[in-house]
Design a protein around this ligand. Structure first.
Ligand SMILES: [Zn+2]
Length: 301
């Protein structure tokens, strides 16, 4: 019997697990709440619980394990940084999970997991160089070349969400001003709407409106302009074969039509044609990518 692959995706609201077979078919899946307000020990127990439930579904218990997390483990300190599950920042998350689960595993940034899953079985399947973009609460990215995740010597590859596109722009939680995330993430767009229109509305709801008044249309155009700049910078830097969009904002259809022209006009090329595609795996991409990362790491050991 082939070894099965467990993936666990840690999120600010939910923790999800899957068990995949060799062909990445989902044999089992489970979602529980993260309940991060109860503290880091509780979140660790939640990870343990969901892992045991996934393990219960595997007859011979043979498995690989991959875990996706917001943020990343610093190579120099071994501590988690930049996670939206803020109670885990500054903790040696990898060691803590290792002690709890007592099984080898690979841990990777959730946007990298998304990009890998989409490149293996999603919208990026037939392309060599895939850049996965998350436009959710924040902005993240991941970079896959010939089926391999590229993270770089500082584990920074794909962290395009914190590239500055306007030094005089809004303050970002990372400490800089005018990062990509402050304009085209859900949080960034919501803050821009509130600052200019004094309305509190979710970014996804705003983007799904059927009509816009003049002031709202101005904000929407600014959002498209920055979307264009942000994605054109990726294309000018690595010229990917495809960009796959994920996260809640990726459901906005204009990103693939009207706003696509904003991307193309900023590319240093006369006839730009980089495809920008919506993800296929939806919410499941992160957890599937985590399972694939665990599997690939084990197979090369
Ligand atoms: Zn930032």
């Amino acid at each position: 019997m082939n070894k099965l692959n467990i993936g666990i995706d840690l999120g600010g609201t939910k923790i999800e697990s899957v068990v995949l077979d060799e062909d990445s078919n989902i044999l089992f899946r489970q979602r529980i709440f993260t309940e991060s307000q109860k503290g880091p020990e509780h979140v660790l127990n939640q990870i343990h619980d969901i892992y045991l439930q996934a393990l219960d579904s595997i007859e011979n218990k043979e498995h690989s394990l991959g875990i996706g997390t917001p943020g990343s483990i610093s190579k120099s300190t071994g501590l988690l940084r930049n996670s939206t599950i803020s109670c885990q920042n500054g903790l040696p998350l990898q060691d803590l999970i290792k002690n709890k689960l007592n099984h080898s595993f690979v841990i990777e940034n959730d946007a990298n997991c998304f990009a890998l899953a989409e490149s293996f079985t999603g919208a990026g399947k037939n392309y060599d160089l895939v850049f996965g973009v998350i436009m959710g609460t924040g902005c993240g990215g991941g970079f896959i070349h010939n089926g391999e995740l590229r993270t770089g010597p500082q584990r920074l590859a794909g962290e395009w969400g914190h590239s500055v596109i306007n030094p005089n722009g809004p303050k970002c939680f990372c400490g800089k001003n005018g990062c990509v995330s402050t304009y085209i993430s859900g949080t960034g767009l919501e803050e821009m709407i509130y600052k200019n229109l004094k309305i509190k509305v979710s970014a996804e709801k705003f983007l799904s409106q059927a009509t816009y008044n003049e002031d709202e249309a101005d904000i929407l155009n600014i959002f498209y302009e920055y979307y264009g700049l942000s994605l054109a910078n990726i294309i000018n830097t690595i010229d990917p074969d495809v960009i796959v969009l994920g996260g809640g904002l990726s459901n906005h259809q204009n990103l693939y039509t009207k706003a696509l022209q904003m991307v193309y006009k900023n590319i240093f090329c006369e006839e730009p044609n980089t495809p920008i595609l919506k993800n296929i795996l939806g919410d499941s991409a992160g957890v599937i990518g985590a399972a694939i990362i665990g599997k690939n790491a084990t197979s090369t050991l």
